[in-house]
Design a protein around this ligand. Structure first.
Ligand code: ADP
Ligand code: MG
Length: 212
């Protein structure tokens, strides 16, 4: 079962990854955007972690606060997109205190739907969708196969990483990178890169909190 502790650990682990890789995220965005994805995510997630100390005690409201922080602190496209992802997850979780595997999968799927509603990205557009969508599919498939949540999230993280890698060969059709057209080919999408970190952090958080 996933509790507030797991969600807080997830947000902390993701933030550590963003901070440790801020230069990589910036350089990826420098190649096909405006070189601010690293600083956007660092600013937003640092504010999220700062807000954990006096945050709500339940996982849904905690994610809601995190999402609202991202929307308000990050001016770039990624703030509203990541914010919506977390707000939609919070909406699915509601007041539940212990999130089971099907609810987590449904929450992530609702987060993906929120990203699509906001940004209208489809598969192959070279965005964070191309990491998040395969992660949701892999999570559902692994759970349907009878895997436990930790294993299923590991499969989701692997799928997100493969999706991130697949963005290299894509032509960007959404966001700033789309202004480059064919010249965006050969570069990994920054948002797909941070999203692969997000899912990997979730897999690690569940492993960490379940098996201390
Ligand atoms: P900005 O593009 O405003 O500078 P960031 O650099 O922080 O914002 O984020 C860029 C990332 O946001 C892209 O790499 C891409 O993954 C994601 N992104 C941009 N537009 C969209 C969209 N319409 N749908 C989904 N993801 C998008
Ligand atoms: Mg940018």
């Amino acid at each position: 079962m996933i509790t507030t502790d797991t969600i807080a650990t997830w947000l902390r682990l993701f933030t550590s990854d963003v901070v440790a890789n801020v230069d990589e995220l910036t350089q990826l965005d420098a190649a096909i955007g405006d070189a601010d994805h690293g600083s956007n995510m660092e600013r937003g997630m640092t504010a999220v972690v700062d807000g954990l100390a006096d945050g709500p005690a339940q996982p849904g409201p905690l994610l809601k606060k995190a999402g609202m922080t991202l929307v308000s602190k990050v001016g770039g496209a990624s703030g509203p997109l990541y914010g919506t992802l977390m707000l939609r997850m919070a909406g699915t979780i509601g007041d539940t205190t212990e999130i089971d595997a099907p609810m987590l999968a449904a929450a992530l799927r609702a987060g993906l739907a929120g990203v699509v509603e906001r940004g209208h990205a489809q598969s192959g557009d070279k965005t964070m969708f191309d990491a998040l969508n395969p992660a949701c599919d892999a999570l559902d498939a692994a759970l349907a196969d009878g895997a436990d949540l930790a294993k299923a999230l590991r499969a989701a993280a692997d799928a997100a990483a493969a999706g991130r890698d697949s963005t290299v060969d894509m032509v960007a059709r959404k966001g700033r990178a789309s202004y480059l057209g064919e010249r965006s080919v050969g570069h990994q999408d920054p948002g797909a890169t941070s999203t692969a970190m997000l899912i990997d952090a979730l897999a690690r958080a569940v492993n960490e909190v379940q098996q201390p």
